[in-house]
Design a binder for this molecule. Structure first.
Ligand code: UDP
Ligand code: MG
Length: 336
């Protein structure tokens, strides 16, 4: 049995892994990222790696540095966008351009420790379709951001059918089958954290300690995160719409009871002059609720509007990847 295991292990020497790295203004740290990650990869036997850097319309010299890396190293591929399309688009493009047996997605700022890669590959060898990293703490993050993030996870898990894991980050390795399934979900407004869960497959979670960004700055603003959270919930659930229905129903019942009581009061005690404050409160309260409900409806209509345009997720400007011979379907769905 043991001899058989050794033989099969030796036979699987040629598994390929693509490492997709979305980059936006990461010029400062990209060389260090490549060095640090390569150091770890060189210690891993039986797999061959290549990098796919996605330059997401960077305004600094990111693309230049990526090209220099590509010129000096055969394992560096890149795709560059015509403008900034966002990390979600970057990840999607990376997956589309990947052809490896497995794909790793990771950030360019070394906040996703490359030292986790061997452990992730081990998980794949154990038979998992996916191994994903999970932060166990939020060191270096503002309290308000942590609180907001926790609230979002709780809300989202209550409202949607998918279960988001607290602290899950976009650092993961996935099988080709899972990658292809993700590519089938070609919505323009992407919420990958949800999509990864939605496609299913067996995921193993690897915990790690959060690392503060050493070089460069985070690309997230508070408003950006808020929009991301709203998109996340509305992309996977119609619960907010049901909430509006429920609220309308509840208010109608209260209004009905109030009317009945007023009518009986009037019949018994004659016409009473209604209080100014009561009327004003009711008008303002209902006004608020109506605005809120219209807002929720608007969110969904906005999503329908954006999706119905059927625009491409990104526009590619330059690449050194030859798509011929790779998955043709992906190639066709890539509209430029
Ligand atoms: N990123 C990107 N496009 C964007 C914003 C970010 O490709 O529009 C990349 C960025 O270069 C980094 C990763 O996404 O590799 C995560 O971004 P960041 O570190 O700013 O996010 P945080 O770690 O704060 O969540
Ligand atoms: Mg980061």
């Amino acid at each position: 049995m043991l001899a058989f295991d050794t033989v099969t292990k030796e036979m699987i020497t040629t598994h390929t892994i693509d490492i997709v790295v979305p980059c936006y203004n990461e010029a400062e740290g990209l060389n260090v990222f490549y060095e640090e990650t390569s150091k770890i990869l060189n210690q891993i036997k039986n797999y061959s790696f290549s990098f796919i850097f996605i330059d997401d319309g960077s305004k600094d010299t990111t693309l230049k540095i990526i090209k220099e890396l590509a010129a000096g190293h055969g394992d560096v591929k890149f795709v560059s966008f015509s403008r900034n399309f966002g990390k979600e688009a970057g990840m999607y493009a990376g997956l589309q351009y990947s052809s490896g047996d497995y794909v790793i997605i990771m950030d360019a700022d070394l906040q996703h420790p490359p030292s986790l890669i061997p452990e992730m590959i081990q998980g794949i060898e154990e038979g998992y379709d996916c191994v994903a990293a999970r932060r166990t703490n939020r060191k270096g993050e503002s309290r308000i951001r942590s609180l907001f993030s926790r609230t979002f996870y709780n809300l989202s898990n209550r409202m949607t059918d998918i279960e988001l894991v607290q602290g899950a980050v976009d650092f993961r390795i996935m099988s080709r089958q899972m990658v292809d399934s993700i590519l089938e979900l070609s919505e323009v407004q992407r919420f990958s954290k949800g999509i990864f869960e939605w496609v299913g497959f067996q995921t193993k979670w690897v915990p790690y300690e959060n690392i503060e960004r050493a070089i460069g700055t985070t690309k997230w603003s508070f408003w950006g995160l808020f929009k991301y959270a709203v998109d996340g919930i509305t992309a996977f659930s119609v619960a907010p719409l049901r909430m509006v229905t429920g609220m309308g129903f509840f208010i109608s019942i209260i209004a009905f009871i109030y009317i009945a009581v007023t009518v009986i009061q009037t019949l018994l005690f004659g016409i009473d002059v209604p209080g100014y404050v009561t009327t004003l409160s009711a008008v303002l309260f209902l006004g608020g609720i109506i605005e809120f409900s219209v807002g929720i409806l608007g969110e969904y209509i906005g999503h329908i509007y954006m999706e119905s345009k059927d625009r491409p997720i990104y526009i590619m400007k330059q690449t050194n990847i030859n798509m011929k011979g790779t998955n043709k379907k992906n190639h066709e769905s890539f509209k430029v």
